[in-house]
Ligand binder design. Structure first.
Ligand SMILES: NC(=O)NCCC[C@H](N)C(=O)O
Length: 396
C-alpha cells in the first residue's frame, strides 16, 4: 500500500501537508483581544486568505498534496462519537455554568458537521445565542462562550508527525489549548489516519510542534523555552524512545520570549546537512543529548548545538548557513520569520518575500527560495514552516 503519512526529516521531498486556510476565526480579532489571542495586529482577512491561497498553490505546483484542517475536521465529524466528543470538549469551560452549558450542548448537537466545525473554529459569542439565564445576562454581549481559534493557521504547532506516529501536542498558551481538541478529532476519527500510531496527547506536559525538528531519521531537536517545558521534552523523549521512533532527542534551551517562541523561529533545516540559524543566537545555542539504554534516560553535558546535532546524525558537520547579516537586520528579519522556512526538498524552501536579505543569502548558499507574500499572514507571527504540518515526506 502506498504510504499516506510518515515524516523522518525536515527536508525529504514533501508529499502531503496539512494547512488551515484562515477563516471567520480571524474576523473575531479586535484591538482589545488580539494580544490575548496572540496576534500582533488585526489582519485584513480577505488579503490573508489570498496570501494563503497563493501559498497553497505554490505547494500544489510542486506536486504537494494539500489537505485542509477544516475539511479533515468536517469529515471526522461525520462520526457521531466524534461529534459527541467535540461538543463535550467545547462546553467544558467553567465560565459557562450549568444553564448555558446545557443550552450550548443542545444547540451544538443539533448542528451538522460543517456547522459544528465552524462553531469550534470561529467560536460562539454571547450575543449570538438566545440561551437565557443568569450567566448569559451577566456576561457582556461580545464575550465568547466558545473562544475563536485564530492560531489554527499555524498547523505546525498542534500536531507533529514523528515517523509514522502522530503527536497531538500539548499547547502552552490558554488561547491555543483547544486547538488540539480538533487535531485529536482528526487523527482519532478520520479514516485516512486509521492505522497511524499515536505518540503524544494534549493531556501531557507542554510540547508544541514548532519546537520539534526532525533533524534526520532517529534524531529530534526540541526547543525548550516559552512553550515546550523541560518536563515536556523529557516526556516526549520517553514516548518516542518507547515506540522506537528516535534514538536521540536533543533538548535545546531557547530564550523564553515572544520573538523566539519556538525553535523553528530561529532555526530550520534547508538541506540534509545544513541549517539556517538566526545569527544573533547561533553561537550560543547549546543542546543536551538525551538517549536511552531501554530503561533509563541518559542526559549528556550541554554542547554547542551544531556539534551535538552532527554527532547524533552521525555526520562530520552540520553546516550552518551563515546569513552574515548585521545584528539589526538579522533581528528585524528574524521577527518577520526569515528563519522560518519550509523545505520542499533538500535545498528548496518557501520563505516570506519580505525577508529580503536572509533570502538572498540563502540563495547565495545554493538554496532555491520560493517567495510568498505574507503581509497579513505574518501578523500572527508565524512563517511558512509554522503554517504547515507535513504529513508525508520521502525518506531523507
Ligand atoms: N511554530 C511557530 O512559531 N508558530 C507560530 C505561532 C504563532 C502564534 N500566534 C502563537 O503565538 O502561538
Amino acid at each position: 500500500m502506498t504510504e499516506r503519512y510518515g515524516v523522518d526529516s525536515e527536508v525529504g521531498t514533501l508529499r502531503t501537508v496539512m494547512l488551515h486556510r484562515p477563516g471567520n476565526e480571524l474576523r473575531r480579532l479586535t484591538p482589545r483581544n488580539n494580544d490575548k489571542l496572540l496576534f500582533d495586529g488585526i489582519p485584513w482577512v480577505g488579503r490573508a486568505q489570498d496570501e494563503h491561497d497563493a501559498f497553497a498553490q505554490v505547494l500544489r505546483d510542486r506536486g504537494v498534496e494539500v489537505l485542509y484542517l477544516h475539511e479533515l475536521l468536517i469529515e471526522a465529524l461525520g462520526d457521531p462519537t466524534a461529534r459527541a466528543q467535540a461538543v463535550e470538549g467545547a462546553i467544558a469551560d467553567l465560565r459557562l455554568g450549568d444553564t448555558l452549558r446545557d443550552y450550548l450542548a443542545a444547540s451544538l448537537t443539533s448542528l451538522d458537521p460543517g456547522g459544528l466545525a465552524e462553531a469550534l473554529m470561529a467560536g460562539v459569542r454571547n450575543d449570538e445565542v438566545r440561551a437565557g439565564g443568569l450567566v448569559t445576562s451577566l456576561l457582556a454581549h461580545e464575550d465568547f462562550l466558545i473562544d475563536p481559534l485564530p492560531n489554527l493557521l499555524f498547523t505546525r504547532d498542534s500536531s507533529v508527525w514523528i515517523r509514522n506516529s502522530v503527536a497531538v501536542t500539548s499547547l502552552a498558551m490558554p488561547a491555543r489549548v483547544r486547538e488540539t481538541q480538533l487535531t485529536e478529532l482528526i487523527y482519532g476519527f478520520h479514516p485516512r489516519f486509521a492505522g497511524a500510531g499515536k505518540v503524544y496527547d494534549h493531556s501531557l506536559e507542554h510540547v508544541e510542534g514548532g519546537d520539534v525538528l526532525a533533524l534526520g531519521p532517529g534524531v529530534l531537536a526540541v526547543g525548550v523555552g516559552e512553550r515546550t517545558t523541560p518536563a515536556g521534552v523529557e516526556r516526549l523523549a520517553r514516548r518516542v524512545f518507547a515506540q522506537d521512533l528516535a534514538h536521540t532527542v536533543l533538548a535545546v534551551p531557547i530564550a523564553q520570549q515572544r520573538a523566539t517562541m519556538h525553535l523553528d523561529t530561529v532555526c530550520t533545516m534547508v538541506d540534509v546537512d545544513a541549517v539556517l540559524m538566526y545569527p544573533n543566537m547561533a553561537e550560543e545555542m547549546r543542546a543536551l543529548a538525551v538517549t536511552t539504554d531501554g530503561d533509563q534516560l541518559h542526559v549528556a553535558e550541554p554542547e554547542p548545538f551544531l556539534v551535538a546535532a552532527a554527532k547524533a546524525l552521525g555526520i562530520d558537520t552540520l553546516r550552518r548557513i551563515d546569513t552574515g547579516l548585521d545584528p539589526v537586520t538579522a533581528e528585524r528579519e528574524q521577527w518577520d520569520d526569515g528563519n522560518n522556512t519550509l523545505a520542499l526538498a533538500p535545498r528548496v524552501c518557501i520563505a516570506y518575500e519580505r525577508t529580503v536579505e536572509t533570502n538572498q543569502r540563502l540563495e547565495e548558499s545554493g538554496v532555491d527560495v520560493i517567495r510568498i507574500s505574507g503581509s497579513e499572514l505574518g501578523s500572527g507571527r508565524g512563517g511558512p514552516r509554522c503554517m504547515s504540518c507535513p504529513i508525508l515526506r520521502d525518506p531523507a
